[in-house]
Each structure stands twice: as structure tokens, then as C-alpha cells.
Design a protein around this ligand. Sequence first.
Ligand SMILES: [Zn+2]
Length: 286
Amino acid sequence: MTRRLGVRLVGALLALASSSACGSAPAPVTHEQTRAGPAADSAVPLVDPSLPQIPGPPPPTSKVPAPRGRLAGKVIVLDPGHNGGSAAHPELISRLVDAYTQLKPCNTTGTQTDGGYSEHAFTWDVANRLAKLLRAAGATVILTRSSDNGVGPCITERAAIANRNHATVALSIHGDGGPAAGHGFHVMEPALIAGAPSTAIVDPSHRLAVAVRDQLATVLSPATYIGQDGINTRSDMAGLNLSRVPVVMVECGNMRNAGDARLMRDPAGRQRLAAALAVGLTAFVT
Ligand SMILES: [Zn+2]
């Protein structure tokens, strides 16, 4: 009992101590926000005009066959947390933006494992693995950034991308920078905040949180240092407060914990995480 209370207090203090759930030092904003809207979703094959044209099948056109699969017609926005170029531009990402309940830096650099594997690389990799799985099932997937070497976009813009695209669901992917002795994942869901854009999506987002939690729990254990049973309700996250579509943020593991870091550094581990997220999202939207 006492220990549990202590753990929760530590979690609460951590949440207060850092505006980023990832435990990173705030690193600010940008005017050259990397934006990956639908364009990131529609890669066009590059053609070298200097090469002779070889007769053959007609080239791909913009006419894409209608997607088939369980997720046909679903629009899923994936937000790979942070960005690889942000650390070099603190002047850009430190600009304060309105997260509804408070002002926060436009973006942060994110955390890393003790061995130097960065959160932005982790989230980029998991998001792309997940996008591939979801697209294979027919979903339209939009990422909030188009590479892992850009700056930003701001947390407000990441939420706006899902809103503008009327996403069926949005998922923000992170890795935490918690206390080294703590391990496990947690899913952050929006708190009910009077008047916030998120008011109408609090209930479905909780169902989403449960669906995602249940699947992540097949890969690693719920966090031992924050939240309850792998779920943490938050009122301080722009990505949650500003969302008008069902949304959760996942801290897939604690990158400062040796065991979690081992899983997160391992491509096979990231594939397992992506697969679990795909099942959780699919369960929610179908
Ligand atoms: Zn993060």
C-alpha cells in the first residue's frame, strides 16, 4: 500500500517535473516545421529521365486501386514523437505553444537509452513498422513527420494534422525517460477538461487506451513507476487536449531501464511493439 502510494507519488512528481512525459529536456520550436500530411503517404516512384524508356507495363498512375482489408476507409494518424533535427535547433523548438491547460515548448528533443539510442529514432522506426502493417490491412496512414532528420513539428501541429484529416484515430508514439529502476509501458489518455477541444473524445479515447494497453501487455509489463495498470490520465499534453479525434499517447517502454532498452533497441522488439499496436488500433476501429 505504502509502496504503491510512493510509486504513484514519484510518478506524479515526475509528471510535474517534466513537461515532456519522456523525461527529456525541453528543446524548442520551429518555423520550418516538418509536415507530413497525406503527401508522406503517397510516395511516387522516382524516374530517372536520363535512362532510355523501356517498353513494358504502363507506369504507375495516380489511379490507385481501392484499398481492401479490415481497415479500408479508416484514416489513422501516427505521430512519431520528437524529431532528429530538433536538438540542433533549440531556438526553434523552445517557442511556447498553447497546450490548452498550459503553455509548453513547441517540441522537445526526447530521451535516449544509456547507450545512446535515441527516442526519435525509436519512434520513427516503430511508426513506420506500424504504418506498413496498417496499410497492408487497407488503412490510410498519415505520419506527422516525413523523416527523422527534420525539426518539429510543434505538438500543436501534430494534433492539428489528425484533426484536419478527420482521422478515425490518432496514436502518438514515444519512449519514456523514467527512473532506471522502473520498467514497462504506459498509455496516456486525455483527462476530461471542460471546454477543451478533446471533451467529446475522452470516452472513446479511454476505450482506445484499454485496447492498446491490452495488446502492449502481451509484449512487456505495464509501467511499474507511473500510471495504473498501464494507463495514465493526463491533462497537460497538447496532443491529447487539442485532439478532436480519439487519441492516446504510448510510452512504449522506459528507455532508461536496461531491460526495456534491450527490447527497444532490438529491431525484432520494435516489430513486436508495432504489431501489438496494430492489433490494438484495429480492435478499436473495427
Ligand atoms: Zn517522447
